[in-house]
Design a protein around this ligand. Structure first.
Ligand code: FAD
Length: 267
């Protein structure tokens, strides 16, 4: 039996491990849009802070996958599934047949309605590609603006500060990490970050990324302009439904499944 796992993130990797442990005669194919081997996304800010190398986040080597007989399709985005014929097509134009297919597509950054986000020097913070882009920019920059005061924005701000940049952290609400922390803890966190030299702006709504073609800062809804050499949005995520939509699966806010995690397409 041929099992396709789509999404070489943490969930996709964990499923492959379970399938291998089960020891059944299945041919496993792992498809990942990113070029990297599956890695532990949670430690991305450690790369920016210089505490870890990208290779230290990798969950398993090519050699090990090969020894275990797992077929890797990395840097190959699955574009569409044809459930009736059990075929798929990828970004390389390759067509493959499967017996069972599992979606482990994760989420994608959610961007607020801000003008100018298409400019050079504007990043999201989700994957290894984002980290390489941010690092390249950080090397030639002095000031960073991070938008979003949740877990990712806070982590990223402190990592960029550790890397020696002047950092402004801009949050729309009046306290940081409001989903995780009560008011007292939130205030303590703000003070801690300020103690590290990070400028924390609360209750501040970003409306525009300034600059001609390249980001030069942001403008807030009260008209205040904050200068910066690059801008990173860490403003939440939403379920990645694009493959499911393209393949005609039932989708609501996320991909619809039943109690057995089966989608609207069989197998
Ligand atoms: C910087 C950072 C820090 C975090 N810290 C924490 C933490 O401390 N604690 C915590 O619990 N969580 C944390 N998270 C969240 C955690 O990383 C995610 O919950 C977890 O990665 C989800 O795993 P996943 O496999 O479902 O999705 P993902 O890790 O997003 O993997 C999905 C993969 O599927 C690929 N993909 C999507 N569509 C296709 C397609 N059509 N074809 C091929 N491949 C495709 C994507 O490119 C991606 O690589 C953090 C996230 C980030 C970014």
């Amino acid at each position: 039996m041929k099992v396709f796992v789509v999404g070489a993130g943490m969930a996709g990797h964990a499923l492959v491990e379970e399938l291998l442990k089960a020891g059944q005669a299945v041919e496993i194919h792992l498809f990942g849009e990113e070029r990297s081997l599956p890695y532990n996304r949670i430690f991305l800010s450690d790369i920016i802070a210089g505490r870890k190398l990208p290779s230290q986040l990798i969950l398993k080597s090519y050699q090990r996958y090969e020894e275990e007989g797992v077929k890797l399709h990395l840097g190959e985005r699955m574009e569409r599934i044809f459930p009736d014929t059990k075929k798929i097509i990828t970004s390389r134009g390759s067509v493959y047949s499967y017996d069972r297919l599992v979606l482990a597509l994760g989420s994608v950054p959610s961007m607020p309605p801000v003008k100018g986000v298409e400019k050079k020097g504007v990043f999201t913070f989700r994957n290894m590609g984002d980290v390489y882009g941010i690092l390249e920019m950080a090397r030639v920059s002095k000031r960073a603006v991070v938008i979003g005061g949740g877990l990712l924005g806070v982590e990223l701000s402190s990592a960029l500060r550790e890397a020696g940049l002047d950092v402004s952290l801009v949050h729309i609400l009046d306290r940081l990490m409001e989903q995780w922390l009560d008011e007292t803890a939130s205030r303590m966190l703000s003070r801690k970050l300020e103690g590290m030299g990070i400028r924390v702006l609360l209750g501040s709504r970003t409306v525009e990324v300034m600059g001609e073609r390249k980001a030069e800062g942001i403008r807030l809804s009260n008209g205040e302009v904050l200068e910066g050499d690059f801008v990173v949005f860490a403003t939440g995520v939403r379920p990645n439904t694009s493959l499911a939509v393209a393949s005609g699966l039932k989708v609501n806010r996320g991909i619809l499944v039943n109690d057995f995690l089966e989608t609207s397409a069989q197998d």
